[in-house]
Structure formats: structure tokens, C-alpha cells
Ligand binder design. Structure first.
Ligand code: NIG
Ligand code: FE
Length: 401
């Protein structure tokens, strides 16, 4: 069994607070971390580090858990740069461009889609993302949704069936029939490749009754629930997510007090390793507000109410064509009044909660050895030095990427 010692870590973010020491990030100084068989085997002071087969010198830099990007749409063809330019010239974002990408995606070969997924997954990895959820949702036929998920599953175990992204043009005047297709043969073809089901519950996409029906069908075949909710305006998506015990409701840009209360009091029994409850996470996607020039979600209101918050990229060719979690952290701090510690937690441990995972987003014995070494002495630099490539090295399952 080969072991690897990462030592001379100036600041180690564990997200595993020993008492109140190190704050919510569980920061340890002058630390070392031993990796065995892809897992964290030991964490402690550098001076007490055990012997190992190999050594990786962090040179006094900061080491953090890899980012957990719990919301991305990587399976698509084409781009919508012109739509972005039009928005920056004053056009609003309506989600109408989704159908443009659906057309391009249907026309693409498997290898073209695979190349895009791998390119974007690699781009994210180089920016510290060691876990990345990937949705379908630009195929919207049985075959195109199934192949989108099969291609996504080649690079991620966190795959999400989003057949209910929009009603495709050929079903525009019979949305009930499309919901029947999604719940029936499309779900049957998609489910073997998916862990999650998601619906875009929004005016112009799916109303609450359709969304509830589709999510319930997914739950009935064992998929976990997530919802695109309250992005373009207030609506029922967040409370529907809580009603169904969703792992996450995503966007949360337009929330009422009742939405915030529902999230704050959401508690479910779970089979978590720590044997405690779980909740519905509010996953905020500031890349979407940036790229659609929309008001940012009110992260402070959610945090102050006790809601668990995650940050994710929403990487997609329409509303947020970024794969960069450091960019999202910087936006959350500057534009959403999250502290750097809150934003780093939300982008790592928060993302893990949004995927109901306790083996990633945290560095403690038994967790996956998914981590990044920064070219910086502290996690603060992720927001303090926006736009700078600060990720020096990424390990996934203990393996340098
Ligand atoms: O999460 N809101 C719905 N879906 C994507 C956008 C998709 C697109 O514009 O292509 C989102 O922002
Ligand atoms: Fe999305």
C-alpha cells in the first residue's frame, strides 16, 4: 500500500472543526496530511507526521478540500456568445435560449458531446473542482437525454436527469404529453445513468403541478430530488423542494419570507454517516446573476436564518458559462456579503451537503483525499485575489491531476 504525506501546510482547511478551534473551516496551522489508498489516513502537526512512501511539500501554502460543484450543465453543443452580448447591451434573460442549445445538442455526435464534457470537466479540475454534478437537459428526447447522461456518467458519479428543463418546441402546444413522456419512457431510459432528478420550476418552463408529478416519478424509481427554483421570479419551487425533501433547491434568487422559513425549518431523518438529520440546501449560483446581469440572491438573509448554503457554478452555455468555483467564491464575497470563510465552506462542505455526501468537501480521516494546494498562504486569497490562477496542485482520490 503506497502512502503520500502532504506536509509543510501553512493553513489546512478541514471543514471539520475540533471544538470551536479554527472556526467553521476547522483551520489547522503547520499541519500535515497522510493519504493511503485514496483516503485521508491521518491529519496532525507537521512535526508529528508519520513516515510515508512519498512526500509532497506544500511549502507553507494553504491546502483546502477540493471544491464540490453541485450544479452544472456540461452536456451541450454550440455556444450562445451572441445572446450574452445582447444581454450586456440590455436584453433580459428569459431562458428562451435553452431551445437553441437543444437544437445544437441533438445535432451533435456522441464524440462532440463527450469532448465538450471532458474539456469543461478538465477546466474545472484545474480550478480545484474534485466533485462535479452534471445534468442532462439539452436533449429532451428519450435517446438524447439517455446519451447525455451516459456521457456525463463517464466523468462523474453525480449525474442528474433534467428532462424537464423546458418543454421542447415539438410539444409546445401539448405540455401534458411532454410530462407524460418525461415520467414514462424518458425516465426509464435515463434512470440507469442518473443519481438525481431535477426540474426547472419557473414561469415559462414547468408549473408546480407538473414539477411535483415529475419529481415524484423520479423519487419512485430511487432518484434524489433537486429543483431549479425561484430564479427568474418568486414562485413555488423552493417550497415544493422542501415538501419533497429535496437535497437542494438551486438559484433562490427571488425568495419570500415563507420560502426562507421553509428552508430554515427543513429537517429530515437521514442515513448520514453521522446518524443525524439532513436538510434542503439553498444552492446559490452567482455566475448566473453575473452573466444575466440580474440582482444577486440574498445570501445573508439565508445564512442569518440558519439555512445551509452551497455555492456552485451552474456552468452552461446560456446563463453562466463559467466552470470556475474560485470566481463564484469571489462573487459571493464581494456581491452577496458572504464572509470568505462562509463562501469557502459553501463551495466545499456546502456542495457536499447539497449532494448528500459526507466523504467529500471535508478533510478528516476516512474522507476522500480530494484537495487543492493554493499558490497562496490562506483561503482568504481566493476572494482577495479574484481572477488569479491560485490553484497550484489538485489531488483527487490522492492522485495528482
Ligand atoms: O440553471 N435555469 C435554467 N437552466 C439553466 C440555464 C440554461 C440555459 O440558459 O441554457 C440555469 O441557469
Ligand atoms: Fe442550472
Amino acid at each position: 500500500m503506497s502512502s503520500l504525506l502532504v506536509d509543510d501546510i501553512g493553513e489546512l482547511v478541514t471543514n471539520d472543526p475540533p471544538g470551536d478551534e479554527g472556526g467553521p473551516l476547522g483551520i489547522r496551522r503547520d499541519a500535515a496530511l497522510l493519504v493511503e489508498e485514496g483516503r485521508v489516513a491521518w491529519i496532525g502537526p507537521s512535526r508529528d507526521a508519520p513516515a510515508a512512501d512519498r512526500r509532497l511539500d506544500a511549502g507553507g501554502a494553504a491546502v483546502l478540500p477540493g471544491f464540490v460543484d453541485s450544479h452544472a450543465h456540461l452536456v451541450f453543443a454550440g455556444d450562445r456568445a451572441a445572446e450574452f452580448a445582447a444581454r450586456m447591451a440590455g436584453q433580459p434573460y428569459t431562458g428562451g435560449g435553452i431551445r437553441t442549445t437543444v437544437g445544437a445538442t441533438r445535432a451533435a455526435s456522441d464524440d462532440e458531446l463527450r469532448a465538450t464534457v471532458r474539456r469543461l470537466r478538465g477546466e474545472a479540475m484545474r480550478q480545484g473542482t474534485t466533485t462535479m454534478e452534471i445534468k442532462s437537459g439539452y436533449g429532451l428526447t428519450i435517446a438524447d437525454e439517455a446519451r447525455s447522461l451516459a456521457i456525463a456518467a463517464e466523468v462523474s458519479e453525480e449525474t442528474t436527469f433534467l428532462g424537464a428543463h423546458v418543454v421542447p418546441a415539438e410539444y409546445a402546444d401539448r405540455p401534458d404529453d411532454y410530462v407524460g413522456l418525461v415520467c414514462g419512457p424518458m425516465l426509464a431510459a435515463a434512470a440507469p445513468h442518473a443519481r438525481w432528478i431535477d426540474v426547472f420550476c419557473e414561469r415559462g418552463a414547468f408549473d408546480v403541478d407538473h414539477a411535483r408529478a415529475i419529481l415524484a416519478c423520479g423519487q419512485a424509481v430511487g432518484l434524489g430530488v433537486r429543483v431549479h427554483a425561484n430564479q427568474l421570479g418568486p414562485g413555488p419551487g423552493v417550497q415544493l423542494g422542501v415538501e419533497l425533501g429535496a437535497a437542494s433547491v438551486d438559484h433562490c434568487t427571488h425568495l419570500t419570507d415563507a420560502d426562507v422559513d421553509a428552508l430554515a425549518s427543513a429537517r429530515y431523518d437521514c442515513m448520514c454517516a453521522d446518524g443525524r438529520h439532513t436538510t434542503t440546501v439553498a444552492t446559490l449560483l452567482p455566475g448566473a446573476e453575473f452573466s444575466t446581469r440580474s440582482p444577486y440572491p440574498d445570501a445573508r438573509r439565508l445564512l442569518d436564518a440558519g439555512v445551509t448554503v452551497a455555492l456552485a457554478t451552474d456552468c452552461n452555455p446560456g446563463s453562466s458559462y463559467t466552470s470556475s468555483m474560485p470566481f463564484c467564491v469571489a462573487l459571493a464575497v464581494r456581491e452577496m456579503r458572504m464572509t470568505p470563510a462562509e463562501a469557502v465552506w459553501a463551495a466545499t462542505a456546502g456542495g457536499a451537503r447539497a449532494l448528500r455526501r459526507d466523504d467529500v468537501g471535508v478533510l478528516r480521516p476516512g474522507a476522500r483525499a480530494d484537495l487543492m494546494i493554493l499558490d497562496a498562504p490562506s483561503h482568504l486569497h481566493l476572494a482577495y485575489r479574484p481572477g488569479v490562477p491560485l490553484i497550484r496542485q489538485v489531488l483527487r482520490n490522492g492522485v495528482p491531476q
